[in-house]
Design a protein around this ligand. Structure first.
Ligand SMILES: [Zn+2]
Ligand SMILES: [Zn+2]
Length: 96
């Protein structure tokens, strides 16, 4: 469990770049695409890991979350000129 906790902590630094085309970092040998975003933990993961480690947590489809964050970043960029560049970079990542 401690190994996955480490992975999770590192991922929360940059959890949302091209979510649906990334692989889950979970402790399984099979590569699984990210499918679920845990809102309790702010982390994206595959369905298997979600059921095993986040059962009962509030979750969304990763694609929905990516769209939400795009909208949110757009609103932020409108109001906060000084961070607009940073957000624009993140938007580019999300649109890949
Ligand atoms: Zn997984
Ligand atoms: Zn969770």
């Amino acid at each position: 469990m401690s190994m996955t906790d480490d992975e999770t902590a590192r991922r929360t630094d940059a959890p949302l770049s091209s979510l649906s085309s990334e692989y889950c970092p979970g402790p399984h040998s099979v590569r699984r695409l990210l499918a679920v975003y845990c809102r309790n933990c702010d982390v994206a993961l595959c369905e298997t890991c979600f059921i095993q480690a986040h059962n009962g947590h509030h979750h969304s489809n990763v694609d929905e979350v990516a769209v939400e964050l795009r909208d949110q970043l757009r609103r932020d960029a409108d109001g906060l000129a000084n961070v607009a560049v940073q957000h624009a970079e993140r938007l580019n990542e999300l649109q890949v």
